[in-house]
Ligand binder design. Structure first.
Ligand code: SF4
Length: 54
């Protein structure tokens, strides 16, 4: 079961992606280097609960 906070963060990241012209979130994410992020969505995430703006 996904908790509300994770859902909210995923929704926010999705809105950001849409507003930015459907850009991939990973391109502007702090965690997009080395082995820091192991999510399967990387590098083409359009929504992600772990997204952190650079
Ligand atoms: S945390 Fe999400 S947005 Fe950031 S690099 Fe990983 S998959 Fe991409």
């Amino acid at each position: 079961m996904v908790d509300f906070k994770t859902k909210w963060k995923t929704w926010l990241s999705r809105m950001r992606s849409i507003l930015k012209g459907d850009a991939f979130l990973c391109d502007s994410c702090k965690l997009n280097y080395g082995d820091v992020c192991n999510r399967p969505e990387r590098p083409n995430a359009r929504q992600c609960p772990d997204y952190l703006k650079k």
